[in-house]
Design a protein around this ligand. Structure first.
Ligand SMILES: [Zn+2]
Length: 52
């Protein structure tokens, strides 16, 4: 399937929280673990249209 939008995710840190964010404007809720934030990012890239 072709990507309609460019989805470039990255994991940002704020205080003791990590969260995934994307170039499309999407972002995940803050996580205590960088691992979970990475998984959020991966899931978003995998299926960007999925509702939260
Ligand atoms: Zn995205």
């Amino acid at each position: 399937m072709a990507a309609r939008t460019d989805h470039r995710t990255e994991v940002a840190e704020r205080g003791s929280f990590c969260f995934a964010q994307c170039s499309c404007g999407w972002f995940a809720p803050g996580r205590r673990s960088r691992d979970k934030a990475r998984r959020d990012a991966a899931e978003h890239q995998d299926d960007p249209d999925r509702a939260d």
